[in-house]
Each structure stands twice: as C-alpha cells, then as structure tokens.
Design a protein around this ligand. Structure first.
Ligand code: FEO
Length: 172
C-alpha cells in the first residue's frame, strides 16, 4: 500500500476512534442529566463511529498496509446544555468531513483509485451525519427553553432518528 495513503488512513482511524469516545462522553452527560433518549442516541452513535473505525482498519490490513491502534486523548466531559452537545457534535462532524476530503485528495494525488473508491462510502456518510446534526439543532432551536418541548424532544430521540449502519465490515 502507498505509504502516504496508509498514513492518511491511519490518521482517519484515529479520528473515527476519537469520535466514538467523544459521543460516549456525550452519552454519559445525557444519561446523568436524565436525558435517556439522547443518551441512547449517543450510545448508538458512538457504536457507529467504532464501526467506521473498524471498516478502515480492516481495509488497511487487507490492502497490505498495517492498521495501527491509536492513542486517544480524553474527550470533553462537561457540556453547558443539550444545544451545546449537538453544536459540539456538528462542529466535530464538520471537522471529520474536512479530514475525509483530505484522504480523498491524497488518494487522487497518489493515483490510488481503489482507496479513492472505498472512501466514497465515507463521503456519503458525512453528508448524512452533518444533515442529521443540523436537523436536530433546528428542532432544538425551535423548542428553545420550553421544558415540555425538551421532554418531547428527548422522547423522540429514544425512537432514534439515526440508524446504526449495520452493514458488515466488507471492504469491497
Ligand atoms: Fe465517522 Fe461521524 O464520522
């Protein structure tokens, strides 16, 4: 595997693993603040990020590279509000999109069209994730500080707007 592509993919593995930890931290905050629907959403989202990480991990090894288990920093533990949680999530996902685009760019520069093709799944996924975060933030902005609205919001999150991508880890 091209060394520059391998390094970019290993950097992305770290980003996906960090995302999983970050959303787990958000799940913990939500659960300890009685927001069980939001907590469930975040646990699911954290699992989804681990899946994103594993899919890259397998791909690197199958292509003759070496996937590395990254060292992770502790994610933020406190959030000011539910809005702040989802604003942080959107900001984080925008950063992940930049990073995915960077990997795609390196694939093109190195003429690695197989990895470029593989990365298209992540490009689509980022589009969905950013759109979902924006939809949720729009809802929260509509609710404002209304306690009843907040209760309904959290209950809706229990029935989750997000789907865990249960696709298998096939890298083809
Ligand atoms: Fe795997 Fe939410 O980006």
């Amino acid at each position: 595997m091209n060394k520059r592509v391998e390094k970019a993919l290993n950097d992305q593995i770290k980003k996906e693993a960090s995302s999983s930890q970050y959303y787990l931290s958000m799940a913990s905050w939500a659960e300890s603040n009685g927001l069980n629907g939001t907590a469930k959403f975040m646990y699911t989202h954290s699992d989804e990020e681990r899946f994103h990480m594993l899919k890259l991990f397998k791909f690197v090894n199958e292509r003759g590279g070496r996937a590395e288990v990254p060292k992770l920093e502790k994610p933020p533990h406190e959030f000011k509000s539910l809005n702040n949680v989802f604003e942080s999530l959107l900001e984080h996902e925008i950063g992940v999109t930049v990073s995915i685009n960077n990997v795609v760019d390196i694939c093109l520069q190195e003429k690695d069209y197989t990895t470029h093709n593989f990365m298209q799944w992540y490009v689509s996924e980022q589009l969905e994730e950013e759109a979902l975060a924006r939809t949720i933030l729009d809802k929260l902005n509509l609710i404002g500080t209304n306690a009843g609205g907040m209760y309904m919001f959290d209950r809706d999150m229990e029935n989750s707007l997000i789907h865990v991508n249960n696709e298998n880890l096939d890298t083809q």
